[in-house]
Write a protein that binds this ligand. Structure first.
Ligand code: DHK
Length: 146
């Protein structure tokens, strides 16, 4: 059984730390990856953090997770609010799925209030900044066992 958690990130999150820091903060995806690895080590979990601006690439990584991941932590970014394809892909994955949003999407524009991904997610974290990823990793440790 895989001990790897896929941490998938959607469009524009490659610019984390530079993009609208008043909303998304100053930490980078490299910082997020280091923190996820640190938390994962405590549970004997490996982390593969990936980011793409392309919907199809996110779908392909979710398919890959079917064979190679025990769980998925996903910040779909804008695809949260638009992508039936990402939802359908997640519905083919049998392990736990945790949805993370850095910002509190519910305090923002109304188009950010709906998430297709939440129809599949086992849990959702929003508005806790990049700490949300580490908290999701802790929850993964509980869900997949140490
Ligand atoms: C990130 C984005 O890029 C937005 O499109 C989402 C999400 C919110 C976040 O808070 O991490 O609406």
């Amino acid at each position: 059984m895989s001990r790897t958690i896929f941490v998938l990130n959607g469009p524009n999150l490659n610019l984390l730390g530079k993009r609208q820091p008043e909303i998304y903060g100053h930490a980078t995806l490299a910082d997020v990856e280091a923190e996820c690895r640190r938390v994962g080590e405590g549970f004997g979990l490996e982390v593969r953090l990936m980011q793409s601006n392309w919907e199809g690439q996110i779908v392909d990584w979710i398919h890959e997770a079917r064979e190679h991941a025990a769980g998925i932590i996903l910040n779909p970014a804008a695809l949260t609010h638009t992508s039936v394809a990402v939802l359908d892909a997640l519905n083919t994955f049998e392990g736990p799925v945790l949805e993370v949003h850095i910002s509190n999407v519910h305090r923002r524009e109304s188009f950010r209030h709906h998430s297709y991904v939440s129809l599949r997610a086992d849990g959702v974290i929003a508005g806790l900044g990049v700490e949300g990823y580490a908290l999701a990793m802790r929850r993964m440790g509980t869900l997949v066992g140490s």
